[in-house]
Design a protein around this ligand. Structure first.
Ligand SMILES: Cc1cc2nc3c(=O)[nH]c(=O)nc-3n(C[C@H](O)[C@H](O)[C@H](O)COP(=O)(O)OP(=O)(O)OC[C@H]3O[C@@H](n4cnc5c(N)ncnc54)[C@H](O)[C@@H]3O)c2cc1C
Length: 388
């Protein structure tokens, strides 16, 4: 008897699991390639329970974390601009950014390394020039220097995620919100994706579930960790808007640590000035389903001290506080690309600096699924580096 060839039937070319920062863009970039995309989000796009809440994220092109991030930031900016056009709203505000620290410190050296590698139009400033051009930063440690990145700014996370999901839908993606994926079962001929009440057969999966990635891809060294985010107002008669206080990462007078943040934006979609501490490991793992959302009385003591030491024009009592989840990798770089299983691609492990890049990380996820050459060398983000 002649053998009968069975053609597997698929419900979609690719399932994107988790439509937060990276997944919303991955779904969009996959759908624009003409692939049949099924997107799953356990909550609603733009929700406050993952890693992408808090109204703003810093954007920098001279990325102190790795010079390979510069082309990713620039590609991301182009894609944020595309989403601004498709959603008719401002998602990216270019403010420029000032990095301040001792010569040779990670802030200064890392920023200069990225600038050198890509011929970026940064400016190097001595302490007096920093104080003259940015009076809000007049307090500094003796010998500190500055680097101005004119391409820095802020991105609006919640609105950007909603815009990317809308763009994915417009390009044909089928989106299921309020639907948690409970398991993925990859095999040679495809992947089974299970939810509480259904199962789907797909050719590939992109797991972009942020703090929850390890639930579906357990062999990656990811550590979700609860953090607190804080906002501050200017003292009476003083100003702390984005012109006065553009994006910054800087040392703290009399302290051996950094802070990061930006000034306030007035208006209905506005926000107060944001200042946060350097998030320095080791990080204890937290269950993303059981994050303590309460703010405890002593939790803002450290940031109050750091703000008081640095910015005389800010009231160091926070005007707003919320919780968020960071997902750390051992080397502080993301995990974007194929896993040990060729049908499973991941995009996450965002280590506190990925939002700015998220639209381009979605593009890299889409390129990995589609078998295309990545638009830039992303080997330093390869999830398989930890198994080697
Ligand atoms: C306090 C703080 C400050 C930061 N500051 C900056 C900054 O200034 N600049 C910067 O670039 N980055 C910054 N980051 C990092 C950046 O915001 C995050 O790394 C990034 O937003 C995480 O994106 P993600 O797509 O990996 O995760 P998320 O955006 O959390 O998305 C994951 C999504 O998957 C969904 N999901 C999970 N499991 C499932 C499942 N099984 N089924 C269906 N859906 C699922 C979740 O509900 C969620 O929507 C900061 C992070 C924090 C916490």
């Amino acid at each position: 008897m002649e053998s009968e060839q069975v053609t597997p039937r698929f419900d979609a070319d690719v399932a994107v699991i988790g439509l937060g920062a990276v997944g919303s863009s991955a779904a969009w970039r996959l759908a624009t390639r003409g692939l049949d995309v099924l997107g799953f989000e356990q909550f609603e796009p733009g929700h406050a329970l993952g890693g992408s809440t808090g109204a703003t994220r810093l954007f920098r092109v001279a990325c102190l974390e790795h010079p390979g991030l510069t082309p990713i930031a620039r590609r991301a900016r182009d894609l944020w601009r595309e989403l601004e056009a498709s959603s008719s709203q401002a998602l990216f505000h270019e403010t420029g950014g000032i990095m301040i620290g001792p010569p040779g410190s990670r802030i200064i050296e890392g920023t200069l390394r990225a600038a050198d590698a890509h011929g970026l139009p940064i400016e190097q400033l001595d302490a007096d020039e920093v104080a003259r051009r940015f009076p809000a930063h007049a307090r500094h440690n003796p010998g500190d220097v500055g680097v101005w990145d004119p391409e820095a700014g802020i991105v609006r996370p919640e609105a950007a995620i909603v815009a990317a999901v809308d763009a994915a839908r417009a390009a044909g993606a089928r989106i299921r919100t309020g639907t948690r994926v409970t398991a993925i079962e990859p095999g040679d001929a495809g992947v089974t994706v299970r939810t509480a009440d259904a199962e789907f057969r797909v050719r590939h999966v992109a797991v972009t579930s942020g703090p929850w990635i390890s639930r579906l891809v357990p062999d990656l060294p990811l550590t979700p960790h609860r953090v607190v985010m804080t906002w501050f107002r200017a003292r009476d008669g003083r100003d702390a808007n984005l012109e006065v206080l553009p994006v910054f990462i800087r040392s703290v007078p009399g302290h051996d640590t950094w802070i990061w943040g930006h000034g306030a934006m007035p208006g209905p979609d506005g926000f107060d000035a944001k200042v946060g501490p350097e998030f320095d490991g080791p990080f204890t793992p937290d269950d993303p389903d059981a994050i303590d959302r309460e703010i405890h009385p002593d939790e803002t003591d450290e940031i109050r001290d750091l703000v008081a030491a640095t910015f005389p024009d800010l009231d160091p009592a926070p005007s707003g506080v919320t919780t968020c989840i960071m997902t750390h990798t051992p080397d502080g770089q993301f995990v974007v690309g194929p896993t040990a299983h060729p049908r499973v691609v991941v995009g996450g492990g965002c280590s506190g600096h990925s939002f700015k890049h998220a639209s381009a990380l979605g593009e890299l996820v889409a390129q990995s699924v589609a078998g295309e050459q990545p638009f830039t060398d992303a080997a330093f983000l390869d999830p398989r580096r930890f198994a080697r």
